[in-house]
Design a protein. Structure first.
Ligand SMILES: [Ca+2]
Ligand SMILES: [Ca+2]
Length: 119
């Protein structure tokens, strides 16, 4: 049996983006953020679980700073972290970045709570 988990809520600078439960092993969501004067993004990442289980989750944040459609360029991996509780932190938008940027959050469970039946 597997414990189902998913990204439940992501908050950028106090604005929540709720996400649906897709019962996925690998869960991600994308947000569009408009660069403002502060350039500091405070985030909160929250996982949802079925039942009363709490798992340690592996979180990654990517930002397409150079707007070329991928998240693979220098500095575009903003965060890699594990946490069993809602994860809070902040990152800074590079000086040269302007306008709207695409940010992807990926969550996978870091624990081995079950045998996965699909990949
Ligand atoms: Ca890129
Ligand atoms: Ca690229």
């Amino acid at each position: 049996m597997c414990i189902r988990d998913s990204i439940k809520r992501i908050t950028w600078n106090g604005t929540p983006y709720s996400t649906g439960n897709n019962n996925g092993y690998r869960d991600f969501t994308e947000s569009i953020i408009t660069v403002s004067e502060s350039r500091i993004i405070n985030y909160q990442l929250e996982a949802g679980f079925a039942g009363n289980y709490v798992l340690t989750e592996y979180w990654m944040i990517y930002a397409d700073w150079n707007k070329d459609g991928d998240f693979e360029d220098e500095g575009e991996n903003v965060l890699k972290a594990t946490s069993a509780i809602p994860l809070t932190g902040s990152f800074t938008i590079p000086q040269q970045v302007k306008g709207k940027i695409r940010i992807r959050v990926i969550m996978t469970d870091a624990g081995k709570m079950c045998i996965r039946d699909r990949y």
